[in-house]
Design a protein around this ligand. Structure first.
Ligand code: AN7
Length: 381
């Protein structure tokens, strides 16, 4: 029998590539190390030869990729003596901030759009002891208020404008590179506030110039914000990034901020992305693109993933697969490519949307053997 060392989170794993003070108390819930799952059925349904993977970030401790950034942001905040953190959120950031604050023994304040976050996320923030501030406004209003209040009150912002968030989130690219042993040709992901596409690009860029051993070098991307300042060159390959937005909340497609974003994918119901310039740069440098998907396409992809692959993600996450499928079908992503889609959050976050759109056969019967047998007979494939 052989044992492998207990996994204790991404800071411990990638410490040599993260700006963490040596004596910091690490605030971790074992985030990261999520499965990279190759899709076996969907490529065939499209009639296309592609090596298609999903990085299932819904399996992080609070059910979304936000935990990667939050372990860094909260570790840093605690090291700096913070007693409270604050964020605006469409839901997942609030769930993550609440959990890591609870773990650290500090207070979390979360500002959320009243009635516009998925039930699971609200349940998490409430159970994890955050002060939940519901505003009659959207995420963008919340973000503006967070910046204003943090300028005057002793609270640390843990939205992705906090650079430690992106530092944690970049590790998703390290994991993919370590596992595949190469860069995918294309990486597809949802874009809301645009922190995550930025973090992916930082991660791929650092990896491409430092290699798997984390040899100190420097990428050209983040202009000295990463811990590897020093003017190294990008030597390895990086994927083209494809960032998808919901049609009703697509500032990157419109080319300007928008004021009243709307989409069933509430996680990405954002009109004023904070990482605007970085995301454009990531798209340009990678040779990728932004595109939009309708709510109907998003929900169809969510359902297809669940029905054909057994993978349940929330609507915002499914947009990566909706967009990838469209681009694979059209040939924009050529056959024989290696493609990774980030599934940013778990399907259980938003049970209402899932149940509302499900067409699964629900059979209601008496508790009686004959009726059970008939139900089985009627539905054998
Ligand atoms: C599942 O929680 O902005 O482009 O406040 O929850 O980095 O914003 C969530 C964003 C994609 C978009 N998928 O990522 C929040 C919040 C899911 C998300 C995004 C979010 P960014």
């Amino acid at each position: 029998m052989s044992f492998r060392p207990r996994y204790t989170g991404l800071i411990e794993r990638y410490r040599d590539r993260l700006p963490v003070p040596d004596d910091a108390r690490i605030i971790s819930l074992g985030e990261g190390d999520t499965p990279l799952i190759q899709l076996h059925n969907i490529p065939g349904l499209m009639g296309k030869e592609v090596e298609l993977y999903v990085k299932y970030e819904g399996l992080n401790p609070t059910g979304s990729f936000k935990d990667r950034g939050m372990t860094m942001a909260v570790t840093k905040a605690v090291a700096d003596g913070a007693r409270a953190i604050i964020c605006a959120s469409t839901g997942n950031t609030s769930a993550s901030a609440a959990a890591y604050a609870a773990r650290a023994g500090i207070r979390a304040f979360v500002i959320i759009p009243d009635g516009k976050i998925a039930q699971g996320k609200l349940a998490q923030a409430m159970m994890e002891g955050a002060v939940v501030i519901q505003i009659r406004g959207n995420f963008d209003d919340g973000m503006r208020l967070v910046k204003q209040v943090a300028a005057e009150s002793p609270v640390t912002i843990v939205n992705s404008i906090n650079p430690y968030r992106l530092q944690g989130q970049k590790t998703v690219a390290f994991e993919i590179m370590d596992e595949l042993g190469r860069a995918p040709d294309y990486h597809c992901l949802p874009v809301g506030n645009a922190g995550n596409i930025t973090a992916h690009w930082i991660g791929y860029s650092e990896y491409a110039c430092t290699g798997s051993k984390g040899v100190t070098g420097a990428c050209t991307f983040c202009d000295g914000q990463c811990p590897f300042v020093g003017g190294g060159a990008v030597v390895g390959t990086r994927p083209k990034l494809a960032g998808y937005q919901a049609s009703g909340a697509a500032p990157f497609l419109r080319g300007h901020m928008i004021d009243n974003p709307e989409t069933v994918a509430t996680a990405i119901r954002i009109g004023h992305p904070q990482s605007w310039d970085f995301a454009w740069k990531a798209k340009e440098e990678s040779g990728g693109w932004f595109d939009e998907c309708s709510d109907a396409e998003i929900l169809a992809a969510q359902k297809l993933l669940a029905e054909k692959e057994g993978i349940f993600c929330e609507p915002a996450s499914a947009i990566s697969v909706a967009g990838a499928m469209r681009d694979i079908r059209s040939g924009r992503i050529p056959e024989d490519s290696c493609v990774v889609c980030t599934l940013t959050g778990h399907g259980l976050k938003d049970p209402d949307t899932a149940i509302a759109q499900s067409t699964a056969p629900v059979v209601k019967i008496e508790a009686e053997l004959g009726q059970v047998k008939r139900a089985i007979h009627d539905h054998l494939v």
